[in-house]
Write a protein that binds this ligand. Structure first.
Ligand code: NAD
Ligand code: TYD
Length: 351
């Protein structure tokens, strides 16, 4: 049977990889990509699938109830993969209310609309909510986040995502809305907006600009190649158990400073610079407020239950990512012109 899927946030970083995977892999599904095209959304990310007959783009805001209701009415979705969000921790520190609006209210509007349209006819429907490991808070030197780890968000971003996760489970328990959540670690790969650590560092190294490292660079993140995340979403969407949470991670922890050193070595090679040139750009700057020390995901449940595992070693994935950025100068120029400059000034000038 032809499925009708709503994917929100499909013009963003992870969303564009999910949309591409589903449009190419499931030609008999109708895929509607709903995106407000904020600074982070970019239809250039999807230029290669734009003309596919099973793909439709709708521009709109998930917080607008009437619009979302009309969209459900128009397409009669039987599945939702919800990725639309404000996603950058530093921006959430500058403007927390924007995160509460999109991430909490926007998710609640989608849940409520799905509930209304699927009421009494829930079989075969699924609301899949894409979330983050940041809802679990910050780890010390040891241990991992499992699906049982209590929520302990510390930033306005993670608090808004935690809140949205709670609403998803509330709709599952109260209204029997068929729902699944996944909580993933830090992603990297192509089409990543250069406000996040890896693409920002690639962009700055290339342009001989300082590479800002917060604090002592000792914070640890668990990095996963974005296409592996998209594959995990595919597996969970089709085979995951309703009402469950699945953690997704790369089993790949790196201290920020070690990651940046590795990136500098790769950039030296790719740009034909003498070894050690790019590392001279590393600049320690004022730490992020409330900076979580360490994230590390235990993705055993997903592996044991559904057989998913990461496909790439980090160095290989990082090289592929650098190659993409070096080959897509025009994309970088487009996204870093205009409003990006203003954000960069505000975020880094005083550090
Ligand atoms: P992103 O910022 O690159 O993309 C977000 C997309 O959502 C953009 O296309 C934007 O235009 C759209 N959007 C924002 N507000 C909207 C609104 N009100 N209505 C409709 N569309 C709107 O984010 P990303 O990094 O691709 O993250 C996608 C999802 O995955 C988010 O929910 C995020 O919390 C989650 N996540 C991200 C990571 C990561 O490392 N980036 C890790 C785990 C989970
Ligand atoms: P980021 O890519 O913003 O992801 P998140 O905060 O969601 O983990 O940051 C990754 C790590 O890199 C985090 O510990 C903060 C740090 N960081 C820097 O040191 N310098 C920077 O310029 C940025 C953007 C991040």
């Amino acid at each position: 049977m032809k499925r009708k899927l709503l994917i929100t946030g499909g013009a963003g970083f992870i969303g564009s990889h999910v949309v591409r995977l589903f449009v190419n892999k499931y030609p008999d599904y109708q895929i509607v990509n709903l995106d407000a095209l904020t600074y982070a959304g970019n239809l250039e990310n999807l230029a290669d699938i734009n003309e596919k007959s099973n793909y439709i783009f709708e521009k709109g805001d998930i917080t607008e109830e009437t619009f979302i209701d009309a969209l459900f009415q128009k397409y009669q979705f039987d599945g939702v993969i919800h990725l639309a969000a404000e996603s950058h921790v530093d921006r959430s520190i500058l403007d927390p209310l924007a995160f509460i609006k999109t991430n909490v209210l926007g998710t609640a509007v989608l849940l409520n609309t799905a509930r209304k349209h699927w009421k009494g006819n829930e079989t075969g429907k699924l609301f899949y909510h894409v979330s983050t490991d940041e809802v679990y808070g910050s780890l010390g030197e040891e241990g991992f986040f499992t699906e049982e780890t209590p929520y302990d968000p510390r930033s306005p971003y993670s608090a808004s995502k935690a809140s949205s996760d709670h609403f998803v489970m509330a709709y599952y328990h109260t209204y029997h809305l068929p729902a699944i959540i996944s909580n993933c670690s830090n992603n990297y790969g192509s089409n990543h907006f250069p406000e996040k650590l890896i693409p920002l560092a690639i962009h700055n190294i290339k342009n001989n600009k300082p590479v800002p490292v917060y604090g002592k660079g000792e914070n640890v993140r668990d990095w996963l190649f974005v296409e592996d995340h998209a594959r995990a979403i595919d597996v969970i969407f089709h085979q995951g158990r309703i009402g469950e949470t699945y953690n997704i991670g790369g089993f790949n922890e790196w201290k920020n400073i070690d990651l940046i050193q590795l990136l500098c070595r790769i950039m030296d090679q790719k740009l034909g610079r003498p070894e050690g040139t790019s590392a001279q750009l590393i600049t320690y700057v004022k730490d992020r407020a409330g900076h979580d020390l360490r994230y590390a995901i235990d993705a055993t449940k997903l592996n044991k239950e559904l057989g998913w595992e990461p496909s790439l070693q980090f160095e290989e994935g990082l090289e592929k990512t650098v190659d993409w950025y070096l080959a897509n100068e025009e994309w970088l120029q487009h996204v870093t012109s205009g409003a990006y400059q203003q954000y960069y000034q505000e975020q880094y000038q005083k550090r």
